[in-house]
Ligand binder design. Structure first.
Ligand code: ZN
Ligand code: FE
Length: 254
């Protein structure tokens, strides 16, 4: 079993600490800050082996240098971002495999939010660490890529097994659900999900992770084929990528 600890930091970021009890190896995904990670490592008596960065934004790499200084860990990130990920040690590309004890993650390139964005997929553990590419009921904003690029990237994630857990880097679910309901108000799965996440947030609980199955049922950016959604957007005959582009644009000004 891969131990996964979720650390909420800043306004709405999640850092994930991954630990393999057999080998003692530990990785952290997107450390926005160092101190909260060091605190959890100390609590458990774990030593940090790797930092896994999904992209170069400050709220994902902010803790890199300090964590490396304290722990001597190795920093892994996209080859495309090697000029801008602080203290990068190992540059990876699509299909590369990262071992954490007996667990392994596959690197998938998911450009769109940024041009170098990657995600880490632990197939045997049913866990996807997707940074700012896919969110619960949403997807990343287009800072560097085109809508077409992000759409292609999301097709890869959409094709993962339905029981894959989606560990995204932000708690954006409530705002995302409001937008999702605005474009697909009669989606019953979405209505039910809204009720659940409102209760979770009222109790200060995370709504992350979800699963690929839940995203297929509720995430508008996974639902360009929905006849109801298409009818609401007046684009019943458009290609899926065009529907996606329209959705992304609408969400930007929602
Ligand atoms: Zn970002
Ligand atoms: Fe972010």
């Amino acid at each position: 079993m891969l131990d996964i600890i979720q650390i909420p930091v800043l306004t709405d970021n999640y850092i994930y600490l991954l630990h393999d009890a057999v080998s003692g190896e530990t990785a952290v995904v997107d450390p926005a800050l160092a101190q909260p990670v060091l605190d959890v490592l100390n609590q458990h008596g774990w030593q940090l082996t790797y930092i896994l960065n999904t992209h170069h934004h400050g709220d994902h790499v902010g803790g890199n240098l300090e964590l490396k200084r304290h722990t001597g860990c190795q920093i892994i990130g996209a080859n495309a971002d090697k000029h801008r990920i602080p203290a990068l040690d190992r540059a990876v590309v699509e299909g590369d495999v990262i071992n954490l004890g007996t667990h392994s993650a596959q690197v998938m390139e998911t450009a769109g939010h940024t041009s170098g964005h990657i995600v880490y997929y632990f197939a045997e553990d049913n866990a996807l660490f997707c940074g700012d590419t896919l969110f619960v009921m949403g997807c990343g904003r287009l800072f560097e890529g085109s809508a077409e690029q992000l759409w292609q990237s999301l097709q890869k994630l959409k094709a993962l097994p339905a029981d894959t857990r989606v560990y995204c880097a932000h708690e954006y679910s409530q705002a995302n659900a409001r937008f999702a309901l605005s474009v697909e108000p009669d989606n019953v799965a979405l209505q039910q999900k809204m009720t659940v996440i409102q209760q979770q947030r009222a109790n200060n609980l995370p709504t992350v992770p979800s699963t690929i199955a839940e995203e297929l049922a509720t995430n508008p950016f996974f639902r360009e084929d929905s006849p109801a959604l298409r009818a609401n957007l007046n684009c019943t005959t458009d290609a899926p990528v065009e529907v996606f582009t329209k959705l992304r644009r609408l969400k930007d000004s929602f």
